[in-house]
Design a protein around this ligand. Structure first.
Ligand SMILES: Nc1ncnc2c1ncn2[C@@H]1O[C@H](COP(=O)(O)OP(=O)(O)O)[C@@H](O)[C@H]1O
Ligand SMILES: CC(=O)OP(=O)(O)O
Ligand SMILES: [Mg+2]
Length: 369
């Protein structure tokens, strides 16, 4: 089956065409505003054979969607209504869904949610200790994100090891522009570092990750900061970028650190500290660890980050092979011989998971029609 996969992330737009398990064409648009001014989606669709189904990444499914769903007007209206839950991401996804619907009228579109993978969190992990009425009124809870990436990465890692995912305790690390960890047990997500929004958890490239809520209130009341300004700073000018004072891209941070820049050195140390600390937290939620999976632009490409991360996690049984870590390209087992916990690098492929889900929904519809 031919599937068009549309992944509108916070910064890029990735398009790919898949036939079964093969990616026959793909493109990444670095800047896509989704405002109809330029139309890379049209170009891609016109240059390739028509798909039978389209799969879209939608970051936030809100309280309603815990599984992929066939898109219709009513689903789109609902997604519009929850835009403010993921303002960096969801508007771009709905813009892309509308654009593709115009170009390929009649082709079924399936929305695949980052949040869906974490719908299995137990209440103890998903519940915020706020007034019960608030949680009910606004459906406040830890939703968690990067679920498409985590789902693919843990399945792929288990396959590489020839093991049954359901029999392993896994911590999955998606370290890209956005970063989150997932604790996976019995094949299901039982905890994750992101929360109600993708701003929570780890220190990221430009996002602060979790900060003291009392400090946010203090900044509004005593710092005189307007909420919108604060949001912009926490989303775009914090993380490694805020600390380094220039770029949050780990390549730039490591280069500046190498030249003796103390701000870049601190930015890196803070990033690594939080990754290590949260791996420990996730391993507590899985009650032990058999497999550590590392994915995302940072996880796949920075052997230094993997080395520094692993060097602080020996107490969990994590031990990596130096040479394998340095040489790792694509999907690679970098575990030290005899390591109690396997450490595997997986090339992120949200697209594979989106295509899988889209085909599943499409075939279910066809068999019930
Ligand atoms: N060779 C590299 N070394 C260190 N970091 C890298 C390297 N290549 C990419 N990165 C990091 O990966 C990030 C992008 O991650 P990626 O997962 O591709 O992005 P997105 O989350 O937008 O999909 C960049 O911001 C950069 O920090
Ligand atoms: C959910 C999220 O943070 O996505 P991204 O990493 O693509 O920004
Ligand atoms: Mg990404």
């Amino acid at each position: 089956m031919r599937v068009l996969v549309v992944n509108a992330g916070s910064s890029t737009l990735k398009l790919s065409l898949r036939e079964g398990d093969t990616e026959v064409a793909d493109t990444t648009i670095e800047r896509w505003e989704g405002d109809g001014h330029d139309d890379p989606i049209r170009d891609f669709v016109e240059q390739h054979p028509a798909p039978e189904v389209t799969g879209h990444r939608v970051v936030h499914g809100g309280p309603r969607f815990t599984e992929p769903v066939l898109v219709d007007d009513e689903v789109l209206d609902y997604l519009d209504s929850i835009t403010n839950l993921a303002p960096l991401h969801n508007p771009r996804a709905t813009a892309a869904i509308r654009e593709v619907a115009k170009l390929l009228p009649g082709t079924p579109a399936v929305a695949c949610f980052d949040t869906a993978f974490h719908a299995t969190l137990p209440p103890s992990a998903s519940t915020y200790a706020l007034p019960k009425e608030w949680n009910e009124r606004w459906q406040l809870r830890r939703y968690g994100f990067h679920g498409l990436s985590h789902a693919y990465a843990v399945r792929r890692a288990a396959q590489m090891l020839g093991r049954d995912l359901r029999e392993m305790r896994v911590v999955s690390c998606h370290l890209g522009a956005g970063a989150s960890l997932a604790a996976v047990r019995g094949g299901r997500s039982v905890d994750t570092t992101m929360g109600f929004t993708p701003l929570a958890g780890l220190v990221m490239v430009t996002r602060s990750g979790s900060v003291d809520p009392g400090m946010v209130l203090w900044l509004i009341q005593n710092g005189g900061l307007a909420p919108e300004h604060l949001r912009d700073v926490l989303e775009h000018h914090s993380g490694m970028r805020g600390l380094s004072g220039t770029s949050g891209d780990l390549r730039d941070v490591l280069a500046a650190r190498g030249e003796g820049d103390p701000d870049a050195a601190l930015a890196y140390d803070v990033f690594v500290h939080h990754v290590r600390r949260e791996v420990g937290a996730m391993a507590a939620s899985t009650q032990g660890l058999d497999l550590l999976v590392v994915t995302g632009g940072i996880g796949e490409h920075s052997s230094q980050l993997r080395r520094d991360m692993a060097s602080g996690l020996g107490y969990l049984g994590i031990s990596i092979d130096e040479a394998a870590n340095e040489a790792a390209r694509g999907d690679t087992d970098i575990s030290a011989p005899g390591a109690v916990v396997r450490t595997v690098v997986v090339e992120a492929s949200e697209g594979t998971e989106i295509a899988r889900q889209a085909v599943q929904v499409f075939e279910k519809r066809r068999s019930s029609a």
